[in-house]
Design a protein around this ligand. Structure first.
Ligand code: DLL
Length: 435
């Protein structure tokens, strides 16, 4: 495996905490000034002026912004510039209803490209590499966000976009890209199709994966199947897209790009900050965005923050893997369960392929959870005892990690639907889901 050397793209990634605090404070005032051009924020800030922010602690005086606020201002009510100044529009599809649109000025696009160039450099991409983008090149921020970041570094791009996995494999093999850019679940699908087509090893060296929840075990699996060095990167459309944070080569948490975003980690119930290292909901405030500045956006993503120094020299606080979303948290017979716990359990069992689907029903008054687990082709057997043993093993692992009993259904290799973007892992058929 190619472990990249530590390399820093931009000296601002290493400024001291004191310098950072000073920079954040002055940028926060500027950003508030920009936000006050949006009628929604003018009302929500209720007379609060940028000068009222004397220290970063005063951030807590500001109101939160939620997805519902953005929806109410559909399509472009949160714009702080004239429409003529828009350089790009992206959107997040969500599972229901209309997309949420986000807009960028030319300066926003430039900043965004630089943020992506930073984490790509951190994870090993250099200008002599070729990078294959298998994110959809469209309204989704993943495709074009990464495209412009790679371009900033000067590396070559194969803009494959999403879908047609067999074709992706041909391109990856024949053009010999060094880096693969997609969701972690799609990386596994690519590995699977490559294997089916008799390709032992694609020429890939690095993988930049993000856009959905994944676990450390999933990373190990992807690395062993594709023989590359995989890093995690995180972001969300409302804040900018990819580039909010990313792993460095030491992979001990994703460095938040704090010169562009202030991050808080709060208890989603009390809305009070949690202590460093404790799990809570991440909240971001943009510091440099012109088109759509955003104040204290509640992401629903559950993670934790680590302020200890990192050997790479970057000073941005490190966020842990997203454990789940507070709205993805399943309440099963009163027990809180995150899909990531089920993934963790499944990946501990060698014979279970990393493809699964969680289905929840409530036939009477009791929640019933079925976890469909695909078997690896080589382990698919018609020996009943072996299959029962495996089912029991999976059942016990889920019970141990997620503290719930589930109905395990073993399904044939390749029978679960593959996605070329964010994988759908949960189908909740309950009519009245517990809040
Ligand atoms: O998924 C932006 C992105 C694209 C990030 C490509 C990284 C790579 P949205 O479609 O708005 O934007 O979805 C944002 O995806 O709130 C998280 O729940 C989840 N997410 C994004 N990155 C990660 C990650 C893009 N590395 C939502 N780990 C976020 C876990 C992630 N979850």
């Amino acid at each position: 495996m190619n472990i990249p050397k530590n390399m820093i793209w931009d000296k601002d990634e290493t400024i001291s905490r004191d310098q950072l605090t000073e920079l954040q404070l002055s940028r926060l005032r500027e950003s508030l000034k920009q936000a006050l051009k949006v009628p929604y924020y003018k009302k929500a800030l209720a007379g609060l002026a940028p000068e009222d922010i004397k220290s970063l602690d005063d951030l807590r005086k500001l109101p939160f912004t939620t997805k519902a606020d953005l929806r109410e201002n559909y399509p472009l009510g949160m714009l702080a510039v004239n429409k003529s100044e828009i350089s790009r529009i992206h959107g997040s599809s969500g599972t229901t209803g209309k997309p949420t649109f986000v807009a960028y000025t030319e300066k926003d696009v430039q900043n965004w490209s630089n943020l992506c160039a930073r984490f790509l450099t951190a994870g090993g991409l250099r200008k002599d590499h070729l990078a294959h983008i298998a994110f959809g090149l469209g309204l989704f921020t993943g495709g074009f966000g990464l495209h412009f970041g790679i371009n900033r570094i000067g590396a070559g791009i194969v803009p494959a976009s999403a879908g047609n996995t067999a074709r992706q494999v041909i391109l990856l093999n024949d053009l010999a890209a060094d880096a693969l850019i997609c969701t972690p679940s799609y990386a596994l699908n690519i590995a699977e199709i490559a294997r089916e087509n008799g390709i032992e090893k694609l020429p890939l060296k690095f993988g930049f994966f993000g856009g959905e929840m994944w676990t450390d075990d999933m990373r190990d699996k992807i690395e062993s199947e594709l023989g590359l060095f995989a890093t995690n990167n995180y972001g969300l459309s409302e804040i900018i897209g990819p580039g909010v944070s990313g792993d460095c080569c030491y992979r001990c948490g994703m460095h938040v790009q704090e010169d562009h975003f202030i991050v808080e980690c709060i208890d989603p119930d009390t809305l009070e900050p949690v202590k460093p290292g404790e799990r809570g909901e991440l909240v971001f405030t943009s510091l440099t965005k012109e088109a759509m500045p955003i104040i204290r956006y509640r992401t629903r993503d559950i993670s934790s923050l680590d302020y200890s120094p990192c050997d790479c020299g970057r000073t941005g606080v490190r966020m842990g893997r997203v454990y789940g979303r507070s709205d993805d948290m399943l309440i099963i017979r009163g027990v809180n369960v995150f899909p990531s716990q089920i993934e963790e359990a499944l990946l501990q069992i060698e014979k279970a392929a990393p493809h699964y689907l969680i289905i929840i029903d409530r036939p009477g008054n009791m929640d019933k959870v079925t976890v469909k687990v695909e078997l690896r082709p080589e382990d698919f057997s018609d020996k009943m005892t072996e299959m029962i043993h495996l089912k029991n093993e999976i059942h016990a692992a889920i019970q141990r990690i997620a503290q719930i009993g589930v109905n395990v259904e073993l399904v044939a290799p390749y029978s679960l639907e593959r996605s070329s973007g964010k994988a759908v892992r949960v189908i909740d058929n309950r009519v009245n889901k517990p809040e």
